[in-house]
Design a protein around this ligand. Structure first.
Ligand code: CAA
Length: 319
C-alpha cells in the first residue's frame, strides 16, 4: 500500500511532534509539513525533537546522517508563513498551503475538542486533494462525526452528500498514537462508519511504516484504549479524592504490585489532566453511562490550571 509523499501534521504539541518525528525518521516520508496556529509551539516542539534526535545519535540508535535527513524532511508551516495568496484575515490560509504543497495525507493532532477538530476537518476537505487521507489522532472523538464535518467543508451535509461527499467521508479515519510516540509500540486505527477499505489500509500501512503494531477499534467513544484506560485513571483520582490512600501509595500499588511503568496518577499528569478530562467528558456524554462520570477533583484541578507535566505541576494535590 502506498505511503504518503507529503504528510501534514496539524498541531505541534507532544503528540504532533512525536508523529512528525516517527513519520520522518522511521517511515521516511519525503516531506512532513508541521502546522500549528501558534508558531511558538512549533519552535518549542522542534527544539524537543532536536533533543530526542541528539539523544538517539549519542546512544548509537540513529546515525547522525539519518537524524539530519529526518530533520531536513520536516517543514514548519505557520499561519504567517502561508502562501502569498493568503491575507491576514484568511483563517484557512494554512489549509490552502497544505493543499498547494501536495499533502496526500494529514494527521490532525490538535487539542481534544470537538469544535476545534470539526473546524480543521471542514478546512481540510475544502482545500486538500480529493484523494488525500484525512486522519485524526483523536483519543476519543467520533471519526464518523469528523467525517460529517469534512463533508460540511464541501458545502454539503452527510445525509445529502453526493459522490464527492461520500468519497470525502470515506477518506476520514482515526490513527491514534500513544505518548511518548517514539517509544510506545502501538497505533490504534479506527474506521468511521463510512471509511473506505482503501483508506483503512493506507492508514494501517502508514502506522506500520512508522514502526508501530496496529490494533483496530470500532468508532465508539474512547475506542478500545480509552474506554479501558480512562475509567481506571478516574477511579485512581476518586481513590485520592475519597482518601482511600495517599497519592504515592496509589501509584506505588499499581507500579510495584501490578508492574505498571507509571502509577495512574503519574500517568494522568503525563497525559495532561485537561486531555484526561476532555476524553472522560466525551465518554460520559457519548454513552450517558454514569460509570464514566469524571471525578470532581479532576475538574477542579483543570479549573485551577493544573494540567500535569505540561504546565509544570507534576503531582496530584488533594482538596
Ligand atoms: N518523548 C520521547 N521519548 C521519551 C519521552 C518523551 N516524552 N519520555 C521518555 N522517552 C524515552 C527516553 O528518551 C528513553 O529512551 P531511550 O531508552 O532511547 O533512552 C525511554 O523513553 C525511557 O525513558 P526513561 O529511561 O527516561 O524513563 P522510563 O524508563 O521511566 O520510561 C516511559 C518512560 C516510556 C514514559 C514509561 O514510564 C512508560 O511507558 N510510561 C507509560 C506511558 C503510557 O502509558 N503511555 C500511554 C498514555 S495514553 C495515551 O497516550 C493515549 C491517550 O489517548 C491518552
Amino acid at each position: 500500500m502506498a505511503l504518503p509523499r507529503v504528510l501534514s501534521v496539524i498541531g505541534a504539541g507532544q503528540m504532533g511532534i512525536g508523529i512528525a518525528l516517527v513519520a520522518s525518521l522511521r517511515a521516511k516520508i519525503p516531506t512532513v509539513l508541521l502546522y500549528d496556529r501558534d508558531p511558538s509551539q512549533i519552535t518549542k516542539g522542534l527544539e524537543f525533537m532536536d533533543k530526542l534526535l541528539a539523544k538517539d545519535v549519542s546512544k548509537g540508535k540513529t546515525s547522525e546522517d539519518d537524524a539530519k535527513a529526518a530533520r531536513g524532511r520536516i517543514i514548519s508551516i505557520t499561519s504567517s508563513s502561508a502562501s502569498s495568496s493568503t491575507s491576514n484575515n484568511d483563517e484557512f490560509g494554512w489549509a490552502r498551503e497544505l493543499g498547494e504543497r501536495g499533502s496526500d495525507m494529514v494527521v490532525e493532532a490538535a487539542s481534544e475538542r470537538l469544535s476545534i477538530k470539526e473546524g480543521i476537518f471542514r478546512a481540510l476537505a475544502k482545500n486538500l486533494s480529493k484523494d488525500a487521507v484525512l486522519a485524526s489522532n483523536t483519543s476519543s472523538i467520533s471519526i464518523t462525526k469528523l467525517a460529517g464535518a469534512a463533508v460540511e467543508g464541501l458545502g454539503s451535509t452527510i445525509s445529502k452528500a453526493n459522490e464527492e461527499g461520500k468519497s470525502c467521508a470515506g477518506r476520514v479515519v482515526g490513527v491514534h498514537f500513544f505518548n511518548p510516540v517514539p517509544v510506545m509500540k502501538l497505533c490504534e486505527v479506527i474506521p468511521g462508519l463510512q471509511t473506505s477499505e482503501v483508506t483503512l489500509e493506507r492508514a494501517k500501512a502508514f502506522a506500520v511504516a512508522c514502526g508501530k503494531e496496529v490494533s483496530t477499534s470500532k468508532d465508539v467513544p474512547g475506542f478500545v484504549s480509552n474506554a479501558l484506560l480512562m475509567p481506571f485513571l478516574n477511579e485512581a483520582i476518586m481513590c485520592l479524592e475519597s482518601g482511600t490512600a495517599t497519592r504515592d501509595d496509589i501509584d506505588k500499588t499499581l507500579r510495584l504490585g501490578m508492574g505498571h511503568p507509571m502509577g495512574p496518577l503519574q500517568l494522568a499528569d503525563f497525559i495532561g489532566l485537561d486531555t484526561c478530562l476532555a476524553i472522560q467528558e466525551t465518554l460520559y456524554e457519548g454513552t450517558r453511562d454514569s460509570k464514566y462520570r469524571p471525578s470532581v477533583l479532576l475538574g477542579r484541578m483543570v479549573d485551577a490550571g493544573w494540567l500535569g507535566k505540561k504546565s509544570g505541576v507534576v503531582e496530584f494535590i488533594s482538596f
